[in-house]
Design a protein around this ligand. Structure first.
Ligand SMILES: [Ca+2]
Length: 417
């Protein structure tokens, strides 16, 4: 989600994001220098990636802008579904006649979803649930405009989340409505990771991405199992890359990211994959590195960004795609299920506006050429998530992206030969 929308007007088929700030950015002149297309880069060769199709899940369940599906440790049956305005619903995807979900949490009054990229954006259970009955939420609020990471207490059966138990872990003031990130998740190391966007407008006007003194434009890593100094609600892990560096926030794990909309760990390798939304030309998929400078706003994809500044070395993306092929990347997951033959180890990602889903493999540190493995025009892909058994669930908006619009859930299944 969460587009830089310069080309939005030219795409007639699908309604797309047009944040006001981005829409006013002059675009002329920058497209003149055509960068080297990805086809010129060196790709690995690997086994063909199977073609997939969208199969609707819970087709009778009415949803408002679903932005993430996830599961609770110890419960492989139910889906937890985030609605962007500020609710979390629970439903069993095998019960296809379900018309009403269990409402586990409703914090719509606390959440500000006025902006297209604002709302309840991400959630993660503590991996030790039910020993630790904790759910972490990342959302935006108003007056003042800010992003919040909070901890909530969950009932023992996991079916209800007590809104009165909110404990704010971290707050970031937001200068503009767009580019709030973000994904919250736990790593295989038990640490909590959070992606924050560059704060918004266009061009990263304050150069936050390259500034280590702000959380904006970063991936953070914190220890929520321990209190920090002076009673802080979290501790900074001692092995974070910028601990002790003057002028740098020690919570930072990686920097130079524009607006990571979805990141996920590969359950097998532990690598952290991210989709970083581009501005004018290039959408990128990156492997997030400890201490890595991922380039923004000096770089967009593999290319210099004219209005940016900053010194390398930069961590290059794994792959990119241009705005001829999509408009806003939604990062996905590495498939580790067994249901779809030949898909193990494939990183699956999509484009929000075009409804396209690609797959790549990494072979000896090099990606295979991105292959389109599924597409469903008119469905705006807001999230791509892996369930416990590896099943890939897509959240989509159905009829454009207006506030309050309906959405759907899908699973990716093997396409008929
Ligand atoms: Ca913002």
């Amino acid at each position: 989600m969460f587009l830089a929308a310069s080309l939005a007007a030219s795409i007639a088929l699908v309604p797309v994001f047009a944040p006001v700030e981005d829409a006013t950015t002059p675009q002329s002149g920058r497209k003149a220098k055509a960068p080297a297309p990805m086809a010129d880069r060196e790709y690995a060769t690997g086994p063909e990636i199977p073609k997939l199709r969208f199969q609707q899940v819970l087709p009778n369940l009415a949803l408002v802008r679903p932005v993430q599906a996830f599961q609770r440790p110890g419960d492989a049956a139910n889906l937890y579904i985030i609605e962007q305005p500020g609710r979390i619903l629970i439903a069993d995807p095998k019960k296809s006649d379900t018309t009403e979900a269990t409402v586990a949490l409703d914090i719509r009054e606390r959440v500000n979803d006025q902006g297209n990229e604002e709302g309840l954006l991400s959630a993660a259970f503590h991996p030790d649930f039910p020993k630790k009955r904790e759910l972490y939420l990342y959302y935006t609020a108003a007056k003042p405009r800010r992003s919040i990471l909070s901890r909530f207490t969950v009932s023992e059966d996991g079916k209800s989340i007590d809104a009165a138990t909110e404990e704010v872990i971290l707050t970031q003031s937001q200068p503009y409505s767009n580019h709030n990130g973000g994904t919250v998740l736990f790593g295989p190391d038990g640490m909590l990771y959070l992606s924050l966007g560059d704060g918004g407008a266009a061009d990263d006007p304050h150069h936050y991405g390259q500034n280590l003194d702000t959380f904006l434009g970063k991936v953070l890593r914190i220890d929520v199992n321990r209190k920090g100094d002076n009673g802080a609600p979290y501790a900074v892990p001692a092995d974070n890359p910028f601990v002790g560096k003057e002028g740098a926030k020690p919570e930072i794990w990686a920097y130079g990211t524009r607006n990571i909309w979805r990141m996920a760990f590969d359950a097998k390798t532990g690598q952290l994959w991210a989709g970083d939304v581009g501005q004018n030309e290039w959408e990128e998929i990156s492997l997030i590195e400890k201490g890595g400078n991922h380039g923004w706003n000096a770089r967009e994809g593999f290319h210099p960004f004219a209005r940016g500044k900053g010194d390398g070395p930069f961590v290059e993306p794994v792959v990119e795609y241009s705005h001829r092929e999509g408009l806003s990347v939604t990062g996905g997951v590495v498939y580790r299920g067994t249901e779809i033959a030949g898909l193990d180890g494939v990183y699956i990602y999509g484009d929000f506006a075009f409804g396209t889903v690609w797959g790549i493999r990494m072979i000896d540190g090099k990606p295979t050429k991105p292959a389109v493995i599924a597409q469903r025009r008119g469905e705006l892909i807001s999230s791509i998530d892996a369930m416990k058994d590896g099943t890939v669930v897509l959240s989509t908006f159905n009829r454009g992206q207006d506030r309050g619009n309906p959405g759907s859930l899908w699973k990716l299944v093997a396409a008929p030969k």
